[in-house]
Design a protein around this ligand. Structure first.
Ligand code: ASP
Length: 342
């Protein structure tokens, strides 16, 4: 019998209205099959693990990612797949970072959540949970997982975790991965996009988990009216090792000499500077406009079509692995687990 571990970290999906006062409270996930009896129809053993305390995902810290990665490692041999129930607000950050932390993954790790609590009549939580469990346990004729990746399942689409971003605060289709097609689509059947889904180098290779994260990263969103003081703080502060610069369009920013001077200073201080576009879709191309080219000459690296969420997780993991910024820069430009188009 196949087996799936549901890991409940918190978020809207696990809430239920308390009839006493009408407020939303987390329900006991060990009774998940009573809440979602449809799960009994699968020929899958389903166990659950509940985090204590449960958190709104706005409170997620890297320590939660370390706990999640260790839990998956501990239970790796026992289960065919993992479903992580998580608040939607930072789900894309968590899924992105986990994709870099879990090396050699050969089993599905599917994040899901919902916009409406599972106990509400129109909830999207039930369908999201049921399909996530189905995907986490799905195998091909050779007995290999269909999707041995970290992914997000939401509103009929399975998206690559490190390509996803929260797109809507309200709609059921809360997530999108504009630079990468869905890994699967759920209709009458679940259709897997087999050509796109990444396979591990070895199906039986052990999972390696990276738990040391270096979080000395700032995110600077360039905007009209940005001041030298703000830019210098984000780029050159001593406590910063890397800065993700969210630029306009295809990787452009102001061409003022003071801004380029600050970038050059940051570069000569050894900071890692990564250019990520503010646009939801498309890629950084610093050769297109003079304003982009001057960033490149000042030492800024192209993040290509990476999301900010994935850039952050990638930097945390790479910097956690090595103190050598030259190595980190080389690795940043490589596609490590499907996070950039090559
Ligand atoms: N604030 C909630 C959270 O991210 C929203 C949600 O679950 O959708 O935990």
């Amino acid at each position: 019998m196949k087996s799936v571990l549901i890991i409940y970290t918190g978020g809207t999906i696990g809430m239920k209205e308390d009839p006493a006062d009408g407020t939303l409270k987390p329900f006991d996930f060990s009774q998940i099959k009573e809440e979602v009896p449809e799960l009994n129809k699968f020929d899958v053993r389903i166990d659950s693990f509940t985090f204590d305390p449960l958190i709104d995902s706005s409170d997620v810290e890297p320590s939660l990612w370390v706990e999640l990665a260790r839990l998956i490692q501990d239970k790796y041999e026992e289960y065919d797949g993992f479903v992580i129930l998580h608040g939607t607000d930072t789900m894309a950050y968590s899924a992105s970072t986990l994709s870099f932390m879990l090396e050699g993954l050969s089993k599905p790790v599917v994040f899901t959540g919902s916009q409406l609590p599972i106990g509400m009549p129109r909830t999207d939580g039930k369908e999201n949970l049921i399909s996530a469990v189905e995907i986490a346990s799905a195998k091909d004729e050779k007995g290999h997982a269909h999707v041995p990746e970290v992914s997000i399942y939401f509103d009929s689409l399975l998206l690559r975790g490190n390509r996803s971003t929260k797109y809507s605060a309200e709609a059921f289709n809360a997530f999108a991965s504009p630079n990468c097609p869905p890994l699967a689509e759920a209709g009458i059947n679940i259709r897997y996009n087999a050509d796109l889904i990444r396979k591990p180098a070895g199906w039986d290779a052990p999972l390696r988990v990276q738990t040391h994260l270096d979080t000395r990263v700032s995110i600077l969103k360039v905007h009209p009216g940005i001041t030298p003081m703000v830019a210098r703080h984000f780029l050159c502060a001593p406590e910063i090792r890397a800065c993700i610069i969210e630029t306009y369009g295809s990787g452009n920013a102001l061409s003022k000499e003071w801004f380029l001077d600050i970038l050059r200073d940051a570069d000569s201080m050894g900071k890692i500077l990564l250019n990520v576009t503010q646009c939801k879709s498309g890629t950084v191309n610093m050769d297109l406009y003079a304003t982009g080219a001057s960033l490149k000459h000042a030492g800024v690296l192209s993040g290509a079509d990476i999301t900010t969420e994935a850039a952050l997780g990638k930097l945390f993991c790479l910097m956690g692995r090595s103190d050598d910024n030259t190595w980190v820069k080389t690795m940043l430009e490589k596609d490590l687990c499907g996070e950039i188009s090559k």
